[in-house]
Design a protein around this ligand. Structure first.
Ligand code: PGA
Length: 242
């Protein structure tokens, strides 16, 4: 696992954006796995800036998002569909048909999940997967205890995640209790993985991921089994390892 420590959030975001830019330059039809939450916002802003300067062309890339809340319409401001379009896709030249996000409203979640995994394979697999990390160590919505063999599926969010995510909702009771999330195996099938973490609140979990053994209790520890993982973290998130 390669670890890059940046001075602050802005530098972290820039460094991640440069990495994405380089990968797209090398492979214009890159298959990119994307994450939501507060951490990748700076990366998306930086990518939009590079696009506006004419430094990146997104016209041939395909994206697969990690997860979506179950029960939220794409038009709901709290859905990850809404997040992705309003923070990124609306501002770049990606083709709509190349955007894949798990459906939040579905009568057949199992079938949708199977189709999502198949779609990833059909596109040749994910070349580069961007991840955030929950304070409980989750990646995507793979909460502690998730099987390392898991594929995309319906998952129940744990109490800590619901509490962490409540900040985005008017009422805590509105935070969905379930989501559809790529599994750990899905994530580990990506050819390259970049995990971003920023701030003091992530320092404890980053220390665990780096120094403790691989365990289902800390889902992100599974990344140590992968050959091409880079952690890009800021000094605050790195404060317990340096
Ligand atoms: P955050 O969430 O970026 O909002 O801290 C990360 C995550 O839960 O994966």
């Amino acid at each position: 696992m390669k670890i890059i420590i940046k001075k602050d959030y802005q530098e972290l975001s820039k460094s991640a954006a440069i990495l994405v830019k380089e990968r797209i330059k090398k492979k214009p039809d890159l298959v990119l796995g994307l994450a939501t939450g507060s951490t990748p916002l700076g990366l998306y802003q930086e990518l939009i800036r590079l696009y506006e300067k004419g430094e990146i062309d997104f016209s041939q890339i395909t994206t697969f998002n990690l997860d979506e809340y179950l029960g939220l319409e794409a038009s709901s401001p709290n859905s990850y569909h809404f997040y992705m379009f309003h923070n990124f896709f609306n501002y770049i030249n990606i083709k709509k048909e190349n955007i894949f996000i798990p459906k939040g409203i579905t009568e057949k979640p199992k079938e949708d999940c199977l189709r999502y995994e198949e779609k990833i394979k059909e596109k040749g697999g994910i070349d580069l997967q961007i991840l955030g990390i929950g304070s409980n160590g989750h990646i995507g919505f793979n909460e502690p205890g998730s099987s390392f063999r898991s594929l995309i599926r319906v998952v129940s969010l744990n109490k800590k995640t619901i509490r962490d995510n409540a900040r985005f909702f008017k009422n805590k009771k509105d935070v969905p209790k379930k989501a559809i999330s790529m599994g750990i195996r899905t994530i580990l099938s990506a050819k390259e993985i970049v995990l971003l973490a920023s701030g003091e609140k992530k320092s404890e979990i980053i220390e665990k991921v780096i120094n403790k053994k691989v365990t289902k209790k800390v889902p992100a520890s599974c990344l140590k089994k992968h050959k091409n993982v880079t952690l890009i973290i800021d000094q605050k998130a790195a404060s317990k390892i340096i």
